[in-house]
Design a protein around this ligand. Structure first.
Ligand SMILES: *[C@@H]1O[C@H](CO)[C@@H](O)[C@H](O)[C@H]1NC(C)=O
Ligand SMILES: *[C@@H]1O[C@H](CO)[C@@H](O)[C@H](O)[C@H]1NC(C)=O
Ligand SMILES: *[C@@H]1O[C@H](CO)[C@@H](O)[C@H](O)[C@H]1NC(C)=O
Length: 407
């Protein structure tokens, strides 16, 4: 009897302790100090968790902790496939700001966390999640300094909204004059992929906030671009840039380093380049593509990587410096049924690794990017088993997002 009473007392103390609130330990990882972490969302309607895997010095992952985002996930329709939010950037990390930001798509809120430097898989939520300024938030962007988080809402009330993050005071506050409408004919939860919002990011100089939006054939989608003023406020209206002929659905965007240009995945054709200096765009038709939706860049290989859940391939693409001409370098098959979606590169020591959410397999695939045209499969990390043992729900159709952080 005594032990039971003591146990109950300790359990209630643990539950009340703010340090452990909403955290599910998957692996305490006492034996090693991670180089960084990779984060993705369970996006479950019963409770949304940010799941963190430790990145080792060899680039390999170990699942460590799931932290409640204090909200719920959602799934757009029609159907119940993978890529529930039709988006890239559902979770983002900033080393400069030492924060992780994530969408609660079913709660219309954004959760911001601080990262523990000694253990980047341990996140601490800042205050309560903030209302996202619209409905069905699907993507977040963090500025270079890691002090501003903007949300892309893709529901009936769609558009963007931005927030100032103060990690010392532990506050996340709306920034005046940043709630801006995209005027999409949408629903909550969202309807797509056609006509849905895709991804949000800041330009390299931080002076523009850019959202990608998919088209409804025969009308192509666009990049919607707001000017960001010194006080963080956004221009009242956005400038719209259409993809070049053949482009239809601008999806996951990646800044082209050193250029005022954007590399965007497009599941209608493969990918497109937007040269924002002259509002020019060009497309690359990728052979045998199923639905290329996500993109990321490796500073080590100098190449871009796109992810295709339909054909289950990663396509490596080079972009010429001056002409911005894209060329296909190599394709890497990931296996039928993997339904690879969100992905991000991390630089560990002197090596780049590509972390891909293989939603169909409830796994993360890790590739070592050894050199241009030489990416090698390194690891397949199971998510479903460890999640079950740590007692939090996951479903392959709800998983979304991939962000990396290196100490
Ligand atoms: C979608 O799939 C998930 C996981 O299999 C299931 O729990 C959920 O009920 C499904 N939703 C619908 C609307 O079919
Ligand atoms: C909005 O979308 C619905 C559903 O597809 C469609 O029936 C309606 O005509 C659209 N409205 C406008 C103004 O385009
Ligand atoms: C994958 O699926 C394709 C199309 O159905 C099929 O042609 C191919 O043989 C499959 N590959 C493997 C390795 O099972």
């Amino acid at each position: 009897m005594k032990t039971i009473a003591l146990f109950a007392l300790f359990s209630s103390l643990a539950a009340a302790s703010p340090a452990s609130k909403g955290k599910k330990v998957i692996d305490s990882g006492k034996y090693s100090r991670p180089m960084g972490a990779a984060y993705f969302l369970t996006n479950e309607p019963s409770g949304n968790y940010v799941v963190a895997a430790a990145i080792g010095s060899d680039g390999k992952l170990t699942l460590r902790q799931a932290t409640s985002a204090q909200g719920v996930g959602s799934h757009g329709g029609p159907g119940n496939g993978t890529d529930p939010l039709f988006s890239q950037g559902a979770v983002q990390a900033s080393a400069a700001g030492n924060i992780v930001a994530a969408v609660n798509a079913g709660s219309n809120s954004i959760a911001v966390f601080t990262i523990d430097h000694n253990n980047p898989t341990d996140l601490e939520i800042i205050d309560c999640p903030v209302p996202s300024g619209g409905e069905f938030p699907i993507s977040v962007a963090i500025n270079k300094a890691g002090t501003t988080v903007c949300a892309l809402n893709g529901g009936t009330v769609n558009g963007v909204a931005c927030f100032a993050v103060n990690t010392k005071k532990r506050t996340v506050k709306p920034i005046a004059n940043t709630v801006r409408n995209l005027h999409l004919n949408q629903t909550t939860p969202g309807t797509g992929p056609p006509g849905s919002a895709s991804h949000l990011l800041f330009s390299a100089d931080g002076k523009q906030l850019i959202a990608s939006v998919k088209g409804v054939p025969p009308t192509p989608g666009m990049l919607a671009i707001w000017d960001v003023a010194a006080d963080g406020s956004l221009s009242r209206t956005f400038r719209s840039v259409a993809p070049a002929s053949g482009g239809m659905n601008p999806f996951g965007m990646t800044l082209i380093p050193g250029q005022n240009a954007i590399f965007a995945a497009d599941p209608a054709i493969g990918l497109e380049i937007f040269d924002l200096a002259g509002d020019r765009s060009s497309v690359l038709a990728v052979p045998a593509q199923g639905a290329i939706c996500w993109s990321t860049f490796s500073s080590k290989t100098g190449n871009f990587y796109t992810i295709d859940p339909g054909a289950a391939t990663v396509s490596e693409v080079a972009v010429q410096k001056k002409s911005l001409k894209p060329t296909l370098v190599k394709q890497y098959f990931q296996g039928n049924g993997t339904a690879t979606i969100d992905a991000q590169v991390a630089t560990v020591g002197n090596n780049d690794f590509l972390y891909i959410l293989a939603a169909g397999q409830s796994a993360i695939k890790v590739m070592a990017l050894r050199a241009p045209g030489n990416a090698v499969a390194l690891q397949t990390l199971d998510i479903a088993g460890p999640a079950r043992r740590a007692v939090f729900a996951t479903n392959s159709v709800n998983l979304q997002g991939m962000a990396t952080f290196i100490n």
